[in-house]
Design a binder for this molecule. Structure first.
Ligand SMILES: *Cc1c(COP(=O)(O)O)cnc(C)c1O
Length: 239
């Protein structure tokens, strides 16, 4: 059953391979339009709601960076496919921090101080320090979508930088719902540039999903998080 190597006869693998080629072409075109080198962009495949077998297919196709937004689902998949590089991209609860720290290589969604201490402790207790984390920035002040207000980012960043177990690696955002993503990602780029003035190693900018990856690339995204364009629609839609 396990797809450990590319099996061209598996129709789902062929479907994902075609989707991947289209996404890679979008990234290449978006980078060309922005005068950027596509080699500076990491594709994170967001596999939430899709089976672990799809994660194996992605790995066989050369995509090793895998994103999930719920710990309950992520930890099971991470245990099943430890060879993937697991990214945690969803809203984070304090009581899930230790678990997330045990498998994630990058936590994209640190948006409040209480998570800092919990992730720091989790990373050290599970032997995974230093754990790379991003500050999630709110671009629409919508609490349901998460993120720290831009004014609160410097303090949150300083708290992360002050831990022994975490490394501040950059910033992340989700575009506002139903609004032009370009000005929002432009604002994110400003916040990220301010962050780098105090923390020169915080060079990751995680932005761009299926609907807005070109806008994110124009604004300097180094990590795009793509679900639907790679794997198809989610039913029922989650997060
Ligand atoms: C689901 C999700 C994605 C991927 O979204 P698509 O529109 O399916 O590409 C990216 N980032 C986060 C935080 C997500 O929850």
């Amino acid at each position: 059953m396990g797809v450990t190597e590319l099996d061209p006869a598996d129709p789902r693998t062929a479907e994902i391979a075609a989707n991947l080629a289209a996404v890679r072409a979008r990234i290449a075109a978006g980078c060309a339009a922005a005068g950027r080198d596509p080699a500076t962009v990491t594709l994170v495949a967001v596999t939430k709601t899709f089976p672990v077998q799809d994660v194996r297919r992605l790995l066989a196709l050369g995509v090793a960076d895998i994103g999930e937004n719920r710990d309950q689902e992520a930890r099971v998949k991470a245990a099943a496919v430890p060879a993937a590089r697991w990214h945690f991209v969803g809203r984070l609860q304090r009581n899930k921090c230790r678990s997330v720290a045990s498998y994630a290589v990058l936590v994209h969604s640190v948006d409040r101080p209480e998570l800092v201490a919990a992730l720091d402790a989790g990373a050290r207790q599970t032997g995974r320090a230093p754990l790379d984390v991003l500050v999630q920035v709110s671009l629409d002040a919508d609490p349901a979508r998460g993120g720290a207000l831009p004014a609160d980012v410097p303090r949150l960043a300083a708290a992360i930088a002050g831990t022994a177990g975490l490394r501040l690696a950059g910033a992340m955002a989700v575009a506002p719902f139903d609004a032009d993503p370009l000005p929002a990602f432009g604002r994110l780029a400003e916040v990220a540039a301010e962050l780098r003035r105090d923390h020169p190693d915080a060079t990751i900018l995680s932005a761009g999903m299926t609907g807005d990856l070109e806008a994110a690339l124009r604004c300097g995204a180094t990590h795009v998080r793509i679900g639907t364009a790679l794997l198809g629609g989610r039913t029922p839609p989650v997060g």
